[in-house]
Design a protein around this ligand. Structure first.
Ligand SMILES: Nc1nc2c(ncn2[C@@H]2O[C@H](COP(=O)(O)OP(=O)(O)O)[C@@H](O)[C@H]2O)c(=O)[nH]1
Ligand SMILES: [Mg+2]
Length: 255
């Protein structure tokens, strides 16, 4: 069985670095994992992708062909991926890897909020898809930032309706105290609610209660898995979360 993990999150949340680090952890632990770059506009990547959409779609040519600037070309290029999914999939399949990590476009809307993206995920991932949504700690350390990211991750979930995990990236750049706060919010939403009201005393209590109820109903409150690419930390927990989803906790073939 193949596990297809799509890494999503806001620009700069650490998707490409996560892809590189998780792959490194996988290889160290003797799992067969490959990386796929799905960002036609990626400049420099912190890893050498096994399959690279930039070999198929060239941003410069898209700019010329459609008479667009770099931003417009990125949007067109994001949609163009849908035309090449068969090619990408056959390249991916040729590796016969157990785990495929897909790094997605820098800007979250280029991946999550384009009409073509659901088709792309369904085609490439078939029935073994999982999303990993990255929380940037710089935003997650304030209660309102944390709640905003919860809302964003749930809206991505709504788009794809696939199993997903929430991951806190770059924990090496925050203090222990900040990390503890975030961990507490992630496991105890009453604590998050109280911290949110403390941060914004003028916020309507009724409104925030309704918002929290809605988030709870859609199962948005999930434990965040803390990771650091710099320290190669947390990837075993990510791996275990994937196992829980795909194989009911049993190890996929270890080679
Ligand atoms: N200290 C530290 N920096 C990180 C980590 N992960 C990513 N970064 C940095 O965060 C910035 C954005 O990362 P990148 O992977 O390009 O984000 P993307 O836009 O989501 O792909 C880069 O400068 C990375 O070096 C981490 O675990 N620790
Ligand atoms: Mg990136």
């Amino acid at each position: 069985m193949i596990a297809n993990l799509f890494v999503v999150g806001p620009a700069g949340s650490g998707k490409s670095t996560f892809t590189a680090a998780f792959r490194e952890w996988m290889v160290k632990n003797e799992y067969e994992a490959i990386t796929v770059n799905l960002d036609p506009g990626a400049d420099a990547l912190p890893y050498v992708p096994d399959v690279d959409v930039r070999d198929i779609i060239d941003l410069e040519s898209v700019m010329k062909e459609y008479g667009l600037g770099p931003n417009g070309a990125q949007i067109v290029a994001a949609d163009l991926i849908a035309n090449f999914v068969e090619e990408i999939k056959s390249e991916v399949d040729s590796y016969e890897a157990d785990y495929v990590i897909y790094d997605t476009a820098g800007q979250i809307e280029l991946f999550a909020f384009r009409a073509a993206s659901k088709f792309i995920v369904d085609f490439l991932g078939e029935s073994n898809v999982m999303l990993a949504f990255l929380f940037d700690p710089a935003l997650s350390k304030s209660p309102s930032g944390y709640v905003s990211l919860l809302m964003l991750s749930s809206s991505v979930y709504f788009r794809f309706y696939k199993p997903y995990i929430n991951i806190l990236s770059k924990v090496d750049i925050i203090s222990d105290e900040e990390l503890q706060n975030i961990a507490r919010w992630s496991s105890d939403w009453d604590a998050l609610y109280l911290s949110l009201l403390k941060e914004n005393p003028s916020m309507s209590k009724e409104l925030s209660i309704e918002l929290f109820k809605a988030l709870e109903n859609i199962d948005a409150f999930r434990t965040l898995i803390p990771t650091s690419a710099r320290m190669l930390y947390g990837y075993e927990d990510v791996y275990n979360a994937i196992q829980m989803t795909f194989a009911g906790g049993e190890d996929l073939e270890k080679r």
